[in-house]
Design a protein around this ligand. Structure first.
Ligand code: DAH
Length: 347
């Protein structure tokens, strides 16, 4: 066999390999079928791979001719396989979609992002208002002793005011704080006047109905310095109330009693639903109570080593849930703790 015959011979084999490949490829219906064709025509034992591997055994002048022809054939085969693969993948994807019944025209479900609880947002808002007036933020423990929760707040064991607090006791002298007021004592013990603090935190009482939950949130305020008077208290509370509820609301102070303040007051804002005329929300009074306050009873100073002749102060305490309810017109306190997204999402 001379060179020309040899070339013709191999060329024919390559051509018929291509013809076979094209015919078989046409019949391929799945990716797995395609995979076996790929092995058959480009794998280690395929005609083209073997030809290219053995090219060294051909006479030198034949090598480039056979090499080029084989490489071109192999490239064509690989390109055709790739093309077919893309077609089949599209077909299989659509088949999968059809089988899984995915309706691409349906609106997406979206991802629910977490958000700040309304109580936290209102605490932050209140903190901002008081920080703007020069107050600092302080904290104290939720598990408290009888001493700080009652005794040092002028509420000894036999004091009638104790029965107003339905206390959770941990042991005889240890309890869950019923208010944030004990932090007044803790802070005064560790610091000297001037004191300007607010104290946000959780408090606990054995209560459960539309307006009471066993855990709720309070913010306490305490100011102690030389020459602090009731006028300072009034200005501070009014400024706060206008900031949080808006300037249109009226604010009034009503005489009240707390063991740790003297004189004491409860503070109301005018009802926003009836504008002060009286309605169901304000029980016909036109007013809604927002907090308790008063001048620090000088008796407290002896528990912390202050001289009552030297300093005076005022304190106030409010329930955050109540402030939220009045601000947003929410009528059931329990909604804050039920984690119903339909409620939470509104804020
Ligand atoms: N601790 C009181 C309560 O939980 C609220 C309160 C009233 C706090 C008057 C005060 C205050 O600091 O001066 O009902």
């Amino acid at each position: 066999m001379d060179d020309k015959e040899k070339i013709d011979d191999i060329n024919k084999l390559i051509d018929s390999e291509l013809i076979n490949f094209t015919r078989e490829l046409d019949n391929v219906k799945s990716l797995s079928e395609l995979e076996s064709i790929k092995t058959k025509y480009t794998g280690k034992k395929s005609f083209l791979t073997v030809t290219l591997r053995n090219i060294g055994s051909l006479p030198g002048q034949l090598r480039p001719i056979i090499g080029n022809k084989s490489n071109a054939a192999r490239k064509k085969i690989e390109a055709d396989i790739l093309k077919k693969e893309q077609i089949l993948k599209g077909v299989e994807y659509e088949k999968k979609l059809r089988e899984e019944n995915i309706d691409l025209s349906l609106p997406g479900r979206g991802i629910k992002a977490g958000k700040k609880n309304i109580i936290s947002s209102v605490i932050e808002e209140i903190e901002e208002i008081f920080i703007g007036m020069g107050f600092e933020i302080a904290e104290g423990p939720e598990v408290e002793t009888d001493y700080y929760n009652f005794e040092a707040l002028n509420t000894p064991a036999d004091h009638p005011a104790r029965s107003l607090h339905d206390t959770f006791f941990v042991s005889d002298r240890v309890l869950l704080r019923t208010h944030t007021s004990p932090v007044q004592i803790r802070y005064m013990e560790k610091n000297k006047p001037p004191i300007f603090i607010i104290v946000p935190g959780k408090v606990y009482r054995r209560d459960y109905d539309v307006t009471h939950t066993p855990m709720f949130t309070q913010i306490e305020g305490l100011v102690v310095d030389k020459g602090i008077n009731f006028g300072n208290l009034k200005w501070t509370i009014e400024t706060f109330a206008y900031e949080i509820f808006g300037k249109k609301r009226k604010v009034r102070f009503r005489p009240h009693y707390f063991p740790f303040t003297e004189p004491s007051a409860e503070v109301d804002v005018s009802c926003n639903i009836c504008g002060g005329k009286g309605c169901r929300s304000c029980s016909g009074s036109g007013w809604l109570e927002i907090l308790g306050a008063g001048m620090v009873d000088p008796n407290l100073y002896k528990f912390v080593g202050y001289d009552p002749e030297e300093v005076s102060g005022f304190a106030f305490g409010m329930g955050i849930e109540r402030i939220c309810m009045l601000k947003y017109g929410i009528d059931d306190l329990r909604l804050f703790f039920e984690n119903d997204l339909r409620f939470i999402d509104q804020f």
